[in-house]
Write a protein that binds this ligand. Structure first.
Ligand code: FES
Length: 146
């Protein structure tokens, strides 16, 4: 039986531009996309390119219980953002802060070289969101302490 191919034009274009199948799927599925209504922290960041990401986190103790991202930007930004949120969900705040470019790229498999800054923007947005959340917690209550 022939495997069904995601042979739409968008997929083709992204694939030819250097996006791996996995990155394209993150872009097209828009998993984790949007804003959580009952978020404990919502933070946005605009990159030098003008694209903006907004991350909302639901936090239980020191763990990210749920998360979403909204992206006004390029396919690389959407793919990076959605993949990053999928990595961050279920992690402790400390673990989430440690997600780096290598880990995100391992999840995306491949994006065009000129899209590295999109992945960096996603990571920076998550780090800013976590820092702002921790900044609002009573002293010593920052998750993962001790
Ligand atoms: Fe701005 Fe991709 S071009 S994040």
């Amino acid at each position: 039986m022939e495997k069904q191919k995601p042979a739409d034009d968008e997929y083709q274009m992204l694939s030819e531009s250097g996006y791996a199948d996995r990155a394209i799927r993150y872009f097209q599925a828009r998993e984790n996309f949007g804003v959580l209504e009952d978020a404990d922290q919502v933070t946005d960041l605009t990159g030098p390119c003008g694209d903006t990401m907004k991350i909302s986190l639901k936090i239980d103790g020191d763990r990210i219980e749920d998360a979403r991202i909204q992206v006004l930007g390029c396919p690389g930004a959407v793919a990076s953002g959605c993949a990053l949120i999928s990595l961050a969900k279920g992690k402790t705040l400390r673990e989430a802060k440690q997600i780096d470019l290598d880990e995100l790229y391992a999840e995306l498999e491949k994006m065009p070289n000129q899209k590295v800054h999109c992945a960096r923007l996603a990571i920076k947005t998550l780090q800013k969101t976590l820092e702002q959340y921790e900044g609002c917690q009573p002293l010593g209550a920052a998750a993962g302490e001790g």
